[in-house]
Design a protein around this ligand. Structure first.
Ligand SMILES: *Cc1c(COP(=O)(O)O)cnc(C)c1O
Length: 488
């Protein structure tokens, strides 16, 4: 698999790069991203062949088909990270919640959110590439809650990589904060930043663009990469579970080979949905990808009306904070795939200069071949969580946005997979509220929910409240650079 740039080539960067080049330096010409030049086929033979495979076997075979420049041994070691999941033989269990609706639970990994699905193997690969090249990498992450813990966890004690993780002080749940500040390893550095997530993220973006910072890193022989979903090294692992869920339905006799299904994806930066889109394009029988959001519903407008307009919006804080996003980075890869690099550059330039763009009527019809979209308010999500709790299924507020899409967007009565992106334990005060209980502290809310529902709180979650805090620095956004240069 070779990679090309979504906004075209500037004549300085190479015209195509390999997988390892795309993950070590993920930004392309004119601020674009890397996207695959061609995709392999997933045909019925491939699906049949893997009816009895383990997740790891399926993943290995898929990655081999992609022909990426990573050796077999490294791939195998990377996929061994799924051994850390609750059930290594079935890391992504499928729960039936309606006759034709199934929840693919992506959160059974070490940090209880779906970010582990990609970050676990990705972290291993990035670190081993860095070691082989004898280079040192710095990964910087600004997080609103789930990316931070998953990034720290995957790079913990890995060679040739250091991680700086910035979180908004007071802007994450207790569990999310403890997952970061108790993560003890020499190569991990965690700072709380005074302000909200936007302040933290903007401070990081300015820093990454600063020549002074770049030359300071150069002096220390440190290269910069990224672990967010602009990095294709994450996206490739997010194609696999869509295939796996389809095969699970097949195995359980819920569908016949080549039957179409719907998938419903709670979306923020659109990495999960992009993985589904590539799977569909490769031939996985997906009728449509239904995109769900909270009230930050810019993706709904984009898909339904072709409008991407930041000028009329400000970020709204919701109970599904991982989807409180307005600038969704992987939208660009869809634009590239459908409309080419020239048009993508034109649209992205327009977004940068005017804060908005509109797709043409033809382009909107093109989008609707693959996507539809809806959003849910916080009240609707609380109702959904309460309703399913009565039927003994507990879901988190991000997953809850999927139910409305399942109920209202399907044009055919086809089996539907909704993706569950976080465990209820990460958002326990909200889940407690949906169950009619009022408790602001995570630990108490966890215990109340557990008592009421008989669900076990995983050891790794309960254990967080007893672990010593090793990162206790809260810094001002103007002092991020100095703090980072001091520790490196
Ligand atoms: C990151 C995240 C999302 C959004 O996923 P994208 O791939 O960025 O669209 C949704 N839910 C949870 C819980 C997340 O952590």
């Amino acid at each position: 698999m070779q990679f090309v740039e979504t906004r075209g080539n500037d004549g300085k960067k190479p015209l195509t790069v390999t997988f390892s080049e795309a993950i070590l330096s993920p930004s392309g010409s004119f601020g674009g991203l890397y996207a695959p030049k061609e995709l392999p086929n997933i045909d019925s033979d491939f699906l049949t062949k893997h009816k009895n495979s383990s997740y790891k076997e399926l993943a290995f075979d898929f990655l081999k088909m992609c022909k990426i420049d990573i050796d077999d041994e490294t791939l195998k070691q990377a996929l061994d990270r799924y051994e850390l999941y609750d059930d290594a033989s079935n890391p992504v269990p499928l729960s039936k919640i309606e006759n034709d609706c199934f929840v693919s639970e992506l959160y059974h990994g070490p940090t209880r959110a779906f970010k582990d699905m990609a970050l676990q193997p990705f972290g291993y690969i990035l670190s081993s590439l860095a070691a082989k090249r004898d280079q040192n990498y710095l990964i910087m992450a600004a997080t609103s809650g789930d990316t931070g813990p998953a990034t720290l966890e995957t790079f913990k004690n890995q060679s040739n990589v250091q991680v700086v993780c910035l979180y908004p002080d007071g802007g994450t749940s207790d569990v999310q904060r403890l997952q970061m500040v108790t993560e003890d390893a020499k190569n991990l550095h965690v700072f709380g930043v005074v302000g909200d997530f936007d302040d933290t993220q903007n401070a990081l973006k300015n820093l990454l663009a600063s020549d002074e910072f770049k030359s300071a890193l150069k002096e220390k022989n440190i290269e910069l990469s990224a672990a967010n979903s602009v990095n294709f090294g994450r996206i490739i692992f997010q194609i696999i579970y869509h295939i796996y869920s389809y095969i699970e339905l097949l195995k359980n006799g819920e569908i016949n080979l080549n039957d179409n299904i719907y998938i419903v994806v709670p979306s923020g930066n659109f990495g999960n949905a992009l993985g589904g889109y590539y799977a569909k394009k490769m031939g996985l029988p997906i009728e449509k990808i239904l995109i769900t959001s909270n009230r930050n519903n810019i993706l709904t407008d984009w898909i339904k009306e072709g409008a991407y307009d930041l000028t009329t919006r400000h970020l709204i804080k919701t109970i599904s904070p991982a989807m409180d996003i307005l600038k969704s980075s992987n939208v660009e890869r869809i634009l590239y795939d459908k409309f080419g690099d020239k048009r993508t550059k034109e649209l992205m330039d327009e977004l940068a200069s005017r804060g908005k763009y509109h797709l043409s009527e033809d382009e909107i019809s093109e989008m609707k071949k693959d996507f539809d979209a809806s959003y849910s308010t916080d009240e609707e999500c609380l109702d959904v969580i309460g309703e399913y709790a009565k039927k003994d299924y507990i879901m988190d507020p991000h997953t809850a946005t999927c139910i409305k899409a399942y109920r209202t967007l399907r044009e055919h009565n086809l089996p539907t997979v909704i993706y569950s992106t976080a465990e209820w334990t990460k958002f326990s005060p909200t889940v407690a509220k949906a169950l009619g209980m009022d408790e602001k502290e995570d630990l108490k809310a966890l215990e109340m929910i557990s008592k009421k529902t008989n669900l076990k709180i995983p050891d790794m979650v309960i254990g967080l409240f007893k672990k010593p805090i090793v990162h206790n620095k809260i810094i001002d956004k103007n002092s991020i650079k100095d703090n980072i240069l001091t520790i490196l």
